[in-house]
Design a protein around this ligand. Structure first.
Ligand SMILES: Nc1ncnc2c1ncn2[C@@H]1O[C@H](COP(=O)(O)OP(=O)(O)OP(=O)(O)O)[C@@H](O)[C@H]1O
Ligand SMILES: [Mg+2]
Length: 623
């Protein structure tokens, strides 16, 4: 896990790390809010204060009207007193309203940051097959926009439930206190509101779900296209891709419009109900005032209360929409959190976890009858058996698609073998923690991932304990140092995510420097030198020889001369080892390997260029 995420975890470690995927999303969400329960209690207190101020205001006006204004020879001083009280109460209400919003917004953002961290670190822990079968667009939407919607659950919905729920109770109480008959009559609207909500609810839920899924599809398409823009432009597919985007854009637009239309329909229905209630109250209350059943001040207060009553109802129903959309977002996030496509971590601690044992690992590798397929019914590797002695230099060759990289994917445990086992120093890799395994086995691949950051950051790769001096030494050792010095800002040169301001060979050199710092017991180079020109490759080989000393090294190469000095070369064909031996033995055998060398020799520049570099006389030799 990258260091910056780790530091976040430390900072907010008071919060639960993961949720229980089996419980209801609503409960899970509240689980995230638990560490903030004190803040929420504070908010409730502020809300009570605010609501009391709201309820007292019409009552003060009622007193002013009935006791003083309607009397002959009304005195001014009690009216001034009431006015001052009104002002004071308004100010208290204003501040408590301001603070409740601030407190809850900050708690909401903290909670959502934690959810985002949990989600991202869970995604990081998922096995490779998850990314091959799931849409990245959906994952981006999950991490970016779904989490934002979830934050609205806290900042809008929860606040609304507390505030508006309390307002309704207080206003209802005040109405019953003023005149219980009129109060009960007003309460008739509550079941009507519940019935209207029940009618709208399933429809709205479905609409929100549709919008969210269409949004993820659109984002996925955009993300995929941005990373493949070069291909789009090279093949002049711009207008076609634009058309394809519109195919997704249009349904998304329609879904948004539908969502908006239903939202408005629902809210206006409630508005209408509210206005009808006020009209009804004015009519009934007017008759009551006319017949002197109630005073005019009471009617004023009642009409104010009924309006106040519908404000929280309106806000609640609007936030009820927020609840729906954040629940949908949370369901989508929980689905990802509940996925356990992670390769199982060992239940019992492996001896490798002890630093003493770890240090003593010598790097002996055994593949025992390993079979594997990305799809269970389509085996890519079939009964692979290899025994590699500690510190040995091993070559693997074979045509494209033979399964060479797949073999490495299994050794690094991106996937688990379907049958057979892989052991390092006799310890099955499935019994090791991934963390330990990846410190033991370092892989350099042909396509190097570059992250936004400086050259130094990219070599350091989220490990702050690595010093600048170590970075420079590693780059000197692998020869990366030379091209870095040609860059304008040296080690501080900023790299773009795709590393597009570096050549493929330069990216490769950075990858070598990374591996030097990782210092693994087993070094795997998968077509790692293919992007380098012959001269650079020779230089890198010199450096790597230093790195390869005392460690098991597995080199996969199409350029067979790279493997010439290997202690053993394995020839892979359609997932099986078809030949094995040293270069000399295999040449004498005149089989598959011999034929490959012969074919390569007729290809201009391939083998001969290599031999000119003087690597022939280099120290690279089998141990
Ligand atoms: N993630 C994957 N999901 C499904 N099939 C895959 C996956 N990766 C590779 N394959 C298939 O497995 C087979 C072996 O692929 P692999 O990458 O191991 O070949 P390779 O020997 O490394 O080839 P190359 O020399 O071109 O790198 C190929 O037929 C490929 O289509
Ligand atoms: Mg490969």
């Amino acid at each position: 896990m990258p260091a910056f995420i780790e530091s976040y975890h430390k900072e907010v470690n008071c919060m639960p790390k993961t949720t229980t995927p089996t419980s209801h999303p609503f409960k899970q969400l509240l689980g995230y809010a638990k560490p903030f329960s004190r803040l929420f209690i504070g908010v409730i207190v502020l809300v009570v204060v605010y609501n009391l101020t709201q309820v007292i205001q019409p009552y003060l006006v009622k007193i002013a009207i009935d006791r003083y204004l309607l009397k002959k020879n009304a005195l001014l001083s009690p009216l001034i007193q009431i006015g001052m009280m009104y002002l004071g109460i308004t100010l208290v209400g204003l501040f408590s309203n301001l603070y409740q919003t601030r407190v809850i917004a900050s708690a909401g953002q903290k909670i959502v940051r934690q959810i985002r961290l949990d989600l991202f670190s869970h995604i990081e822990s998922l096995a490779m097959d998850y990314f091959e079968t799931h849409d990245t667009g959906r994952l981006i939407t999950n991490v970016a926009s779904d989490t934002t919607r979830i934050s609205q659950f806290f900042t809008q919905f929860l606040l609304s439930v507390i505030r508006d729920g309390l307002t309704i109770i207080l206003v209802m109480g005040a109405m019953l206190f003023l005149n219980w008959k009129l109060g009960l009559l007003s309460a008739l609207v509550i079941p009507i509101i519940i019935a209207i909500s029940a009618v709208f609810r399933p429809r709205l839920h479905k609409i929100y779900d549709t919008t969210r899924s269409r949004q993820s599809r659109l984002i996925g398409f955009i993300a995929e296209n941005l990373s493949g823009m070069r291909i789009t432009q090279l093949f002049h597919q711009e207008s076609k891709q634009l058309g394809a985007l519109n195919q997704l854009n249009l349904p998304y637009q329609e879904a948004n419009i539908t969502e908006f239309r239903w939202d408005v329909f629902f809210n206006r229905t409630l508005d209408l109900l509210g206005n009808l209630a006020v009209a009804f109250m004015a009519w009934i209350g007017g008759i009551a005032v006319f017949h002197h059943f109630i005073q005019i001040g009471v009617l004023y207060a009642f009409i104010s209360y009924i309006q106040q009553f519908f404000e929280p109802i309106n806000s609640l129903t609007q936030n009820w929409n927020t609840l729906q959309s954040s629940m949908i977002s949370f369901e989508r996030v929980s689905q990802v959190l509940a996925t356990s496509s992670t390769l199982p971590e060992p239940k019992i601690p492996s001896p490798v976890e002890q630093p003493r044992v770890f240090r003593r690992i010598r790097g002996q590798i055994d593949f025992d009858q390993v079979s594997f397929g990305y799809k269970p019914d389509q085996l890519i590797l079939k009964g692979i058996t290899m025994h590699i002695a500690p510190g040995q230099f091993i070559g693997i060759a074979g045509e494209s698609g033979a399964g060479k990289s797949t073999l490495i994917n299994l050794l690094a445990r991106f996937y688990d073998a379907n049958r057979g086992s892989i052991r390092i120093d006799g310890i099955d890799i499935r019994t090791m923690r991934q963390e330990d395994l990846h410190r033991l086995v370092g892989v350099v691949q042909q396509d190097v991932s570059i992250y936004s950051g400086t050259i130094a950051d990219n070599v350091r790769l989220f490990r702050p304990q690595i010093s600048q001096q170590q970075i420079v030494s590693a780059c000197q050792l692998t020869g990366a140092d030379r091209f870095i010095h040609r860059l304008r800002h040296d080690y501080d040169t900023w790299l773009t995510p795709q590393g597009s301001n570096l050549s493929a060979g330069e990216r490769q050199l950075l990858a070598f420097a990374r591996i030097v710092l990782l210092n693994p017991k087993v070094l795997v180079l998968d077509e790692a030198t293919a992007n380098l020109d012959a001269l650079t490759e020779a230089a890198v080989q010199q450096g790597l020889m230093e790195v390869a000393k005392n460690r098991t090294t597995i080199v996969i190469a199409h350029r067979l001369s790279t493997l010439r000095h290997a202690a053993m070369i394995y020839l892979l064909d359609q997932g099986r080892i078809v030949e094995q031996g040293t270069h000399k033995e295999l040449m004498e055998h005149k089989g598959y390997y011999h034929a490959m060398i012969q074919n390569a020799a007729v290809m201009p520049g391939s083998e001969s260029a290599w031999q000119d570099t003087g690597l022939e006389s280099s120290k690279m030799s089998a141990t």
